[in-house]
Design a protein around this ligand. Structure first.
Ligand SMILES: NC(=O)C1=CN([C@@H]2O[C@H](COP(=O)(O)OP(=O)(O)OC[C@H]3O[C@@H](n4cnc5c(N)ncnc54)[C@H](O)[C@@H]3O)[C@@H](O)[C@H]2O)[C@@H](O)CC1
Length: 461
């Protein structure tokens, strides 16, 4: 990029930060602002923003966590504007009495959790009635992975510069960031350095399979659903409910819950035998509510079409058979299933989602969609940009919603989307449907399926 005068980026960052703080305060004049300032440029941003607020009449105090190493020019600017700087001894009391706390302890240069000297300040910020604004990232979260090892500072608002960082998008770190406001400082990361992508409405609209004038049901794709069991017929019904709204021209059902499926969805092509005898499909979904019958899973894995493996299917699938497939495979575990596949605890997966999804994609040579509070999709092998779903909602934590997602995503696969696109488009529509269905109240998986057409219409504008 063109050369900028030294400090220009920091000045832009500080201006955006100060403006966001002023918005939050409403009245800047006479307000009490406390800056928590670490030893790097993140602290520099806080100091320059503090200087701007001091010039507008705020009483600004910087608590220096590393007094000898605070950004010199930032500190000088704050003092010139009438602000003052103190050590950590008075920090807790200042934070408790503040109207606004600015967390400039660490940003993208932070490693490990908060250090011991910062922990009491995080406690005071949590107790205080002050609004907490994080500079670039909440201090104590891992910028690149979203992991949180130890204490981190909880913000109401994070003002981030140039681009969203993984630590703002992936749980558990995401929960510390509060509302995230992006400030354009004229600096975009190089394309090949992108670690995470989040689709937006326009991206999804471009990917949605639309019928052409000459389409018939077979050309639009047929999705096969091998799900459900006599014990769990509902999983088959819900997977079919999702599949019927995913853009495929027809849904074939092969399994023991045919009566339940046909009673609810008479448009389904039901066959009593296993997947091998069900007739031609362009993609298979296998596993939801499958119980302990491994035979349909093995039959589906032997097919030469894209396969989505979910739920019980993940446990029943032979890893060698998955790795040896020539056609694409998409696996859709939640954290517990991912933990079982990786041989670690559920907590380890939830604490390190990005690493877990990449590891699964590498081990199985498959596309992997890791469901949960942050849904991630990694490409086979685990390298390259991971997609993060921006439409999730905690209302989706309801029984059967995963069955709907697998049917919906399988339908998109059958309609011809690449596994990465089918998975991220499926998650996007599914999250949006749940938001429409919930609208502030609990939802059932069935409600989510019924709102998928509304999500399509919303995305297409
Ligand atoms: N990269 C850029 O072009 C820009 C960066 N800016 C700011 O600069 C920040 C990055 O600055 P730095 O690279 O100086 O890094 P940071 O300020 O994030 O942190 C680095 C400093 O913190 C110390 N440190 C690391 N982990 C710590 C921990 N857990 N507890 C306490 N101290 C710890 C390190 O020893 C080092 O001195 C960004 O987050 C952003 O706020 C902005 O000014 C805009 C432009």
């Amino acid at each position: 990029m063109a050369r900028l005068p030294e400090g220009a980026l920091m000045q832009r960052a500080a201006a955006g930060l100060a403006a966001a703080c002023a918005d939050l305060l409403g009245r800047v004049y006479g307000s009490r602002v406390v800056l928590l300032v670490g030893s790097g440029d993140n602290g520099g941003d806080a100091l320059f923003a503090g200087a701007r607020l001091a010039r507008r009449g705020a009483g600004v105090t910087a608590v220096l966590l590393a007094p000898g190493r605070a950004h010199p020019a930032g500190l000088a600017a704050l003092r010139r504007a009438g602000g003052r700087a103190v050590g950590t001894a008075a920090g807790e009391e200042l934070v408790e009495k503040a109207d606004l706390v600015v967390d400039g302890i660490v940003g993208i240069g932070g490693t490990g959790g908060l250090r011991a000297e910062a922990e009491p300040l995080a406690g005071a910020a949590a107790r205080s009635r002050a609004a907490v604004v994080a500079v670039d990232l909440p201090s104590g979260v891992d910028p690149g992975t979203g992991e949180v090892r130890g204490t981190a500072l909880r913000a109401d608002l994070t003002v981030t510069f140039g681009t969203h960082k993984p630590g703002l998008l992936i749980d558990p770190a995401r929960a510390y960031a509060g509302v995230v406001r992006l400030v354009d400082i004229g600096l975009a990361p190089p394309r090949d350095a992108v670690e995470l992508e989040a689709l937006q409405h326009a991206d999804v609209a471009r990917l949605l399979p639309l019928p052409a004038a000459e389409s018939d049901k077979y050309r639009r794709g047929v999705v096969g659903i091998a799900a459900g069991s006599s014990r769990y017929p509902g999983a088959a019904v819900l997977a079919v409910a999702g599949a019927l709204r995913g853009g495929a021209g027809a849904v074939r059902y092969a399994g023991p819950a045919g009566d339940a499926v046909i009673a609810r969805f008479p448009e389904t092509l039901v066959s009593g035998g296993g997947p091998r005898r069900a007739g031609r499909v362009q993609a298979w979904v296998v596993g939801p509510g499958a119980g302990d019958d491994a035979a349909p899973v093995a039959e589906v894995l032997a097919a030469d079409v894209p396969v989505l493996i979910d739920a019980d299917g993940l446990r029943l699938a032979d890893p060698e058979a998955v790795r040896g497939r020539a056609a694409p495979t998409l696996m859709t575990p939640h954290a517990g299933e991912a933990a079982a596949l990786l041989g670690v605890s559920r907590e380890e997966v939830e604490g390190a989602r990005l690493a877990s999804v990449r590891e699964l994609a590498a081990r199985y040579a498959a596309t992997v969609l890791l469901k949960g509070s942050t849904t991630l999709v990694a490409a086979p092998g685990g390298a390259g940009a991971v997609r993060v779903n921006p439409t999730g909602t905690s209302w989706l934590a309801t029984a059967g919603s995963g069955d709907v997602l697998s049917g919906l995503t399988g339908s998109l696969l059958a309609a011809g989307l690449r596994p990465m696109d089918a998975a991220s488009t499926g998650a996007y529509l599914h999250g949006l449907s749940a938001r429409f269905a919930a609208d502030g109240a609990p939802v059932s998986a069935h409600d989510v399926a019924e709102n998928i057409p509304r999500a399509w219409r919303e995305v297409r504008g």
